[in-house]
Design a protein around this ligand. Sequence first.
Ligand SMILES: [Zn+2]
Length: 267
Amino acid sequence: MWSAFRAWRRKRLLARAKLDERTWRRALQRFPFAQGLSAEERKRLQELTALFLHDKRFATAHGLQLNDAMRLHVAIQACILILNLGIEFYRGWREIVVYPAGFVPRHQYTDEIGVVHQGDEAYAGEAWLHGPVILSWADVAETEYPDGVNVVIHEFAHKLDMLNGSANGYPPLHRGMSRQVWAEVFGAAYKDFCMRVDRDEDTVIDPYASESPAEFFAVLSEAFFELPDVVHAEYPGVYAQLLEFYRQDPRTRTGFRSQRRESGAEY
Ligand SMILES: [Zn+2]
């Protein structure tokens, strides 16, 4: 009964929230990760994006003017993560706050020895447990090229990680996946990556991944979608786990080796 209701709601929403075909195609072609999607996958991404735009509420700060194209730009990137998972994976929260550029969080945090700090570095994004995703538009707008840095994918990977509590690099695994294998594979890769960063190796994967297991999962998710060959070559076990978790294989897509295009973006 419940699933019948959900299917009915979904159909009704999609009928109402249909994205204009031309706008959709133009928006999609900006993303290398979308280039190798099959027709069926593109359709699914389009439906998810429409549902996402319907379900989530965008707010702005510092006078940023957000238009439909900008909302779509965020939504497509957020939805590539859940292409084969479903909109339910973004349940339990509603708001996306967009700043014009990097922002300094007001909240304080307490370190291991109990000292409370007030952050003073500019952030490109933040994800709150049961709360909003916060993004810097300047950083969001920069993410069209596959360089392994994508603030939207990063923050929404944290959101998936937070489905079972605070972000710790351990999202809820699907049936058939092994918690032990996940922990072993990610644990070993994280340790190796931290060693590489410690000895100042110039890694292709963003060294910020060495910050914590939670950041490792988020950064490796960015790289999984933007630089899948690199993740596969450096940490094949992690690639295999991410493939099972996201239920998709970005290496099979073609957009990554295509030329770097001028964006021609309009927002
Ligand atoms: Zn992070």
